[in-house]
Design a protein around this ligand. Structure first.
Ligand SMILES: [Zn+2]
Length: 76
């Protein structure tokens, strides 16, 4: 069972939610302030080394054009 880490936009509290994809997509209520402005972070077990939260990895050089998010689709 995957674990999704959520972060609250109001109080920046972080909490884990056990469940599948439905839990990740569902609106989770912050257990700290009961706010609903929460967002799912990357599941911790799937990401090793890269600890960036919500920040796209900027690739320098290597064929990417820098203008395409998540994989260059330009024909260069
Ligand atoms: Zn909160």
């Amino acid at each position: 069972m995957p674990i999704y880490e959520f972060a609250c936009a109001d109080c920046e509290h972080r909490f884990d939610v056990f469940g599948g994809f439905a839990s990740r997509d569902a609106v989770q209520v912050c257990p700290s302030c009961e706010g609903t402005r929460t967002r799912a972070l990357f599941s911790t077990f799937a990401i090793t080394g890269a600890a960036s939260i919500g920040e796209p990895v900027v690739q320098s050089g290597g064929g990417g054009c820098g203008g395409c998010a998540g994989g260059c689709s330009c024909a260069n």
